[in-house]
Design a protein around this ligand. Sequence first.
Ligand SMILES: NC(=O)c1ccc[n+]([C@@H]2O[C@H](COP(=O)([O-])OP(=O)(O)OC[C@H]3O[C@@H](n4cnc5c(N)ncnc54)[C@H](O)[C@@H]3O)[C@@H](O)[C@H]2O)c1
Length: 325
Amino acid sequence: MHVLVTGGAGFIGSHLVAYHLEQGDRVSVVDNLSTGSLHNIEPFLANPAFQFYQADILVWDRLKEVVSQAERIYHMAAIVGVKKVLEDPRAVMATNIAAMERVFRAVAEVRPDAQVIIASSSEVYGFNTRSGFSESDEIVLRSGARLRWCYAVTKLADEFLAYSFMYKSGIRVVIARIFNTIGPRQSGKYGMVVPTFVHQAVNNLPLTIYGDGLQTRSFCDVRDTVVALAILASSPAANGEIVNVGNDQEISILDLAMLVSTRAGSSSPLEFLSYKEAYGMEIDEITHRRPILDKLHELTGFEAKWLLPETLDNLIALERGLERA
Ligand SMILES: NC(=O)c1ccc[n+]([C@@H]2O[C@H](COP(=O)([O-])OP(=O)(O)OC[C@H]3O[C@@H](n4cnc5c(N)ncnc54)[C@H](O)[C@@H]3O)[C@@H](O)[C@H]2O)c1
């Protein structure tokens, strides 16, 4: 099979590449390296089954040519992370929606039989106060003055773009609402909590907790995430469906900080920052973000293999240079 991964030099994308090359597939990647890096795909560059194009999907004139070769397309390219979103919401709106639209137009024109998987996000559930989120839940977003939500709006727009192309052009699409994902090659630069805590703990720096730390999250190892995405892509029953992808084990950020510290044998103190201190402005915090995974289980039988302490041990060893990503 020939697979195209947009954003394949990024965190999740590079693990999709590794997964499909291991399956014996041919893999092409288009990435402008805005947050992704050559380092992430370095192990694949010499593989004749791998092709990398450094290009911006928004303007690249060879997009159709590459799309035309692909039997399966994972659209992962996007601007991600609360810090990035607050830094330049205009770029987030433009990239996340326009890139998706351009990919779908190319698929409709030159490869309408391709199986497309798009990366939506748990952020689309918005300011919903439920303790667990199910695909049929209401979406609760806040008004435009709260810039934090513009990423969620782009991901919701992407879901509707997918449905529009499905409806008008008959394209096969699975919409994966991905929850917090962690693992090797995730950068801490854009506000992601686990790589930040691991770096701080290993270097005996204060572990910075935003708010009171009682907010909870559910973390899925990326090596599980890519298996779930691949099974969804090959399940005919998932076609046209919105499906939560993640791990439903929940932990508070305070407990996470203590767990990382313990596993790293760190002497780091805990430091509490207000959201204003952390982001330079007040932001709406989501108290709980846990996926309800019944639909994923029904469609795929998928069960996560990685436990949080195992992933943390792996990340701590990588941070210390004891293992290679
Ligand atoms: N990591 C998570 O926890 C998580 C959770 C929910 C959803 N997602 C979604 O999964 C996808 C991948 O996220 P990630 O965590 O791997 O982020 P990432 O930033 O590591 O990957 C995104 C990649 O897209 C590339 N890119 C951005 N704009 C581009 C453009 N115009 N043209 C070409 N390439 C471009 C970046 O260089 C990067 O390599 C994103 O769509 C994200 O919204 C991620």
